[in-house]
Design a protein around this ligand. Sequence first.
Ligand SMILES: Nc1nc2c(c(=O)[nH]1)N[C@H]1C(S)=C(S)[C@@H](COP(=O)(O)OP(=O)(O)OC[C@H]3O[C@@H](n4cnc5c(=O)[nH]c(N)nc54)[C@H](O)[C@@H]3O)O[C@H]1N2
Ligand SMILES: Nc1nc2c(c(=O)[nH]1)N[C@H]1C(S)=C(S)[C@@H](COP(=O)(O)OP(=O)(O)OC[C@H]3O[C@@H](n4cnc5c(=O)[nH]c(N)nc54)[C@H](O)[C@@H]3O)O[C@H]1N2
Ligand SMILES: [Mo]
Length: 669
Amino acid sequence: MEVRSSACPLDCPDLCGLAVTVDHGRVVEITGDRRGPVTEGFICGKVRKFADHMYGDDRLTTPLLRTGPKGSDQWSAISWDDALDRITGRIQAIRARSGAQAILPYHYGGSNGWLTEGALASRLFRRLGASTLDRTFCAAATTAATHGLYGAMPGMALEDYAHAQLIVLWGVNPSATGIHLVPVIERARAAGARLVVIDPRQTPLARRADLHLALRPGTDLPVALAAIGALFARGHADREFLAAHATGADELERRAARWTIDAAAREAGIDPALLDRFVELYAAAAPAAIRLGYGIERNRNGGSAAAAVMALPAVAGKFGVRGGGFTMSNGDARWGLTSETAIAAPVAGTRRINMSEIAQALARVRDPGIEMLFVYNCNPVATAPDQRALIEQLERDDLFVVVHEQVMTDTARLADLVLPATTFLEHREVRRGYGTMRLYDSPAVAAPVGESRSNNQLFGALLERLDLVRPGDAMTDDELVAATFAAGAHGPALRAQIARDGVAVPPEGATPIAFVDSFPATADRKIHLVSAALDREAPHGLYHYRPDPGSDDYPLALISPALATQISSMFGQLRKAPGQLQMAPADAASRGLASGDRVRVWNASGEVACVVKVTSEVRPGVCVLAKGLWRRHTRNGYTANALIPPGLADLGGQAAYNDARVQVAKVVD
Ligand SMILES: Nc1nc2c(c(=O)[nH]1)N[C@H]1C(S)=C(S)[C@@H](COP(=O)(O)OP(=O)(O)OC[C@H]3O[C@@H](n4cnc5c(=O)[nH]c(N)nc54)[C@H](O)[C@@H]3O)O[C@H]1N2
Ligand SMILES: Nc1nc2c(c(=O)[nH]1)N[C@H]1C(S)=C(S)[C@@H](COP(=O)(O)OP(=O)(O)OC[C@H]3O[C@@H](n4cnc5c(=O)[nH]c(N)nc54)[C@H](O)[C@@H]3O)O[C@H]1N2
Ligand SMILES: [Mo]
């Protein structure tokens, strides 16, 4: 037995350092360590039980070739050589017949490290000239908004929430999605901080909050604009700060003035007195911190809404002190490192396809149409919008689907060829946090299960077979890491830190105070409150509100927040419990529903058959069906994603998951 150091790269802001006990190459225990700022020796249940994912029945151990009709679950195990030959044969035939743009790589975070997210996969598809994927499942609208207003300025460090006197959790549920912020919030509260939660659901922290604004999904924009308008109108705006550090304050004030407290509260379905109280609490508190979550962005107004919320600390003058400001993503913390140079330059002019519109792209894109979908780091059948249409497309006989995966997911089941992938404990990872500002370089600590291969092993082999390797290319993980660190100004210093401490902090420090230690990364180092680029990009201009898409036929808003037990769809194979539609008592009563009843949930895009749970934890007019459920978790093999219509947020091409509007009825049989 040996205890080895690793770090959890999975999609979560906390980025925990791990201590992994290994016995003859097999993981037997995983706990948190204390190298990072927030882990404090404890980790979430899902990663503590990661060995169940690694060694469970659903783990893929050999390449599998489909032998029956698509989706029939008939496979024969083949060798890696055979699998790679088949893929290169296909690629060459498609290239010769239709051109490489008929090939679409389809990928999201996977293990989320530099070595698995891009690296040799990016190099392969760039050198081939395949179609390029716009990655818009998550954080696309908020990233566009952050960059438009602040450039790549890091936000508040999570550990600095302990210093706040007011904490606003806006569209975020740390109790499930980033658990290490919870004790920090509790410490701040013990020292007198107030807590405000803005969320359609009564999350665990909303229950304990001083103020909970249970707004209707998609109405954050009017709420934030009304708050901004009131700050200006009531003399709470920090005009001196704005004059020194921002542009567009007058224009923002004009646009915000369209929303009074009463009008915004009416649109959001909340008591205007509560919104008023929020404005006064926020104006009076110092330091005041806003933690933005991804609940804000996943609707038609998501980009503008995130921009308006991020404008609040500027208007109210909350920067410049420890514990004040906002946190959206800290992935931009300036490491001065890029893996791009180690990969290969992108080919200009290749066709771009928005991953959130994959079902429509497969159906409609021509010249050339998509003939090969190469899926890695992603489980789109469980996570992309418009699930019914996507499944129909994946079942097409003239589409060749390759899936590189750890377990037999809903997407892998529909593939022609499935390739077994290693997990982050079986390959090297280099990961920087998007919450905690740390960088870990973790070696493989366990033996690969079966014949599983890492992304770089797979894509490196394909580069070789397709004769796409060039002299001087970094090919192995070690070479890629060395090339990445060598390309950055701070690379050698960061390497030395990692060698010494097992973890590195950004050159500008891990707890920067905005407008003291760090400034907006815009050209003039100012906040662009009404960014011209964003104003052009948003279909009706920045801060324009599009009303609720609900109708008499489909009046209920369906949202799909994260489960505590999964990371999006990952670990879904370990879930036994069926998916439950949560509904408010009034909405259930008017439909004659009680907890445990079977229901159908439907709209023009699809239908889900599941059971209902009646709970006052959701506000009236809203239903909840968690993100990341698998097809086996409902009665008809469709999940919330079958109810998500095509249609995007106003910025970044972001999927508008929470714009689903549905009707619900009891199933009597
Ligand atoms: N355990 C666990 N942790 C995770 C993940 C996971 O799946 N499971 N996923 C990871 C990933 S990929 C991400 S992106 C992050 C997401 O982390 P969070 O930002 O916390 O994401 P969600 O749970 O999707 O949504 C947060 C809250 O937004 C609320 N919400 C929904 N619509 C609206 C709205 O219109 N306005 C407002 N104000 N609130 C709204 C939901 O009710 C929910 O409570 O978490 C990461 N961490
Ligand atoms: N209804 C609804 N759907 C949503 C959302 C929502 O709010 N509502 N939110 C979305 C959000 S926030 C996100 S981030 C997306 C995430 O959607 P996806 O990108 O599909 O993410 P996961 O579901 O985590 O699936 C990642 C897959 O990658 C595999 N994997 C992990 N590591 C590796 C590796 O090293 N190599 C390879 N080849 N595979 C690996 C895992 O086994 C897993 O099956 O889902 C989105 N889907
Ligand atoms: Mo996400």
